[in-house]
Ligand binder design. Sequence first.
Ligand code: GLC
Length: 425
Amino acid sequence: MKDELIKHARQVLSDNDRGTYTVPTHGLYPFQWNWDSALSALGFAHFDEPRAWTEIDTLMAHQWDDGMVPHIIFHEEDDGYFPGPDVWGTGRPVPTSGITQPPVAGFAVRRIHDRATDKALATQKAKALLPKIHAWHQWFYRCRDPQGTGLIALLHPWESGRDNSVDWDDAFERVPTDGVGDFVRRDTSHANPAHRPTDEQYKRYIWLVQTFRSLRWDNTRLHDASPFRIVDPGFNAILIRSCQDVADLAGRLGMSDIASEARAMADKGIAAMDSLWSDALGQYQCYDRAAGRPVDSASIGGILAAFAPIPKERAAALATRIEKLAKACNYLVPSHDPTAPEFDGLRYWRGPVWLIVNYMIADGLERAGQVAMAERILADSVRLIEKSGFAEYHHPITAEPCGGAHFTWTAAMVIEIFSTCEVPA
Ligand code: GLC
C-alpha cells in the first residue's frame, strides 16, 4: 500500500509539473502559488533534488523589490482563473498578485538542505536563497508590523492561506462591497460550489484587491489603509519558524549577519505570540488589529501555532486541545472545531482537513516532545488518503474528498510523511 501511494503521489507531482514550477492542480489553479511551491518542494526532494531547488528558485525569482514574495505568479495566460493579472494590475514583467502567503520557504530550504544527498548543490542553492528569504521576512516585520509589536498582520484573507476561515468573518463584515462591478467566478466551474467560499465573500475579496491597487500596491501604505488587519497565530508561527530555520542554516553556512538578525526576529516573535493565547479556548486565537480585540474563533490557526518554538507547556496544552477535537471527528485535524456552530465539514477552511497543516502541526508537536499526538495526526492523514485519494481537502468526519482532485501539495505531503516518519500503512 505504501509503495502504491508513493508511486501515485509521484505521478500527481509529475502531472502538475510545468518544468520550473508546479501548479496546485490542473484547471482550478493553473499558476504557481507561493506556499504550495515551498511545501511541494519537500516532496520532490525525495526523488529529484535539483527539481526541488528549482521550485523554490522560481518562486523567489519573482520577489518584489521591497522584499515581498507574491502569492500567485501568473506564468502563463489562462482565463480559467479569476481574478487574473488584469484585476491585480501589479505591473510586474511576469504578472503576479499583489499580496503574499505563509512564508514557509525558509523552513523548506533548511529541511531540504539538511537532508540533501547532493550537499554541494544544496549549499550553493541555500547560499543564494537565504538572503532573499531573509529580505522577505524583514519585509513582513517592516510593512506588516509598523508598530514593532513582534506580530505581523494579514491584510487579505487570501494571504493567510486559509481563505474563508471563520476567523475572518467578523472583520470581513467591515470590508465594503460598493464599487465592485460584476464578475464571473471561475473556481465554481472547476469545483463544487458547496465546497468553496460564497459569492458575498468573493465580492469583499475583490474590494480589497481594488483598494490596494488604487494605492499602487505601495506596501508602506497598505497596512494602515486596510480595514482588514488580522494577526493570525498560525501565520506568525510559520514566519517565526522560518526565521529560526534561516538563522540556524545561515549560521552554519557562515552568513553571520543574516543569522543574528533572523534569530532576533524569531525571538521577538515568539515572545509576542504568547499574547494570543486563550485560556477559554485552550489554544491560540487571532487578534483583530483594526478593531483592537481578540477573535473568539476555534480554528486551526490557533493550533498551527505549534509549528513555532512555543513553550513546552503550550505545546502540551495544544495536544490536549486536539484530543478534544478528536472526540468530534474521525480524522484529525479539522480546520474548525466540529462542535462550533460555524463548522462546515465540506467548505474549504471552515471544517475540512488539510494535509499540509497536519504535517506542520505534527512537526511542531514532535519537536516539543508531543510525539504520540504527532504520530496520531500523521496516521490519520495517511488513512484519509488511503480512503479518499489525493484531494485538495477532506471532510473530517466522512473523509469525503473535496475541492480539486490530483492535488500537488497533498501528494507531496504523502511522500514526505512516508519517507520521514513511522506511520502504519
Ligand atoms: C486556495 C487555498 C490556498 C492555496 C491555494 C492553491 O486558495 O486556500 O491556501 O495556496 O488554494 O492551492
